[in-house]
Ligand binder design. Structure first.
Ligand SMILES: [Zn+2]
Length: 147
């Protein structure tokens, strides 16, 4: 739940920033000049406004992409950035060793994100595996600590 709320908060903040940018564009850019009785529209007929629309669109699309990319590499529990990418598998020995993939881990041990680098069936969702308590897991590995 916290994970999705964080994503929504980033979208709301980006929306507020872009609303401010839109307001700034409307305040600063000149209106298209009328040619006799013909008043050109802003988009498609005025070069300044058309360029501003395209730049605004590109910035918006890039911002949405960066927000989603940032969210993808965050821990689902504590929202910290996932770290320590470990490559596994091999491109040339895919059938013997496995498909190439990158595994990221939460620095606090909440879980592991496995991203496959080969997509046979189109886009595949990243595989998030939540860990149990890592200290309990470590204690269970030491000899003599039977429950
Ligand atoms: Zn975490």
């Amino acid at each position: 739940m916290k994970y999705w709320l964080f994503l929504m908060a980033k979208f709301v903040i980006a929306g507020a920033v872009f609303a401010g940018v839109w307001w700034g564009m409307a305040a600063l850019l000149p209106e298209p000049e009328a040619i006799r009785t013909f008043k050109p529209r802003k988009f498609g007929q005025d070069l300044t406004w058309t360029t501003a629309y395209f730049a605004y669109f590109l910035l918006g699309a890039g911002t949405i992409y960066l927000i989603i990319l940032d969210q993808r590499y965050r821990c689902r529990t504590c929202l910290s950035r996932l770290r320590m990418p470990v490559l596994s598998g091999a491109w040339d020995k895919m059938l013997r060793i496995g498909t190439p993939q990158v595994e990221y881990i939460c620095p606090y041990g909440h879980g592991t994100l496995n991203i496959k680098l080969v997509h046979f069936n189109g886009s595949e969702k990243p595989d998030w595996r939540e860990h149990e308590d890592i200290w309990r897991e470590l204690e269970s590995l030491t000899p003599g600590s039977q429950k």
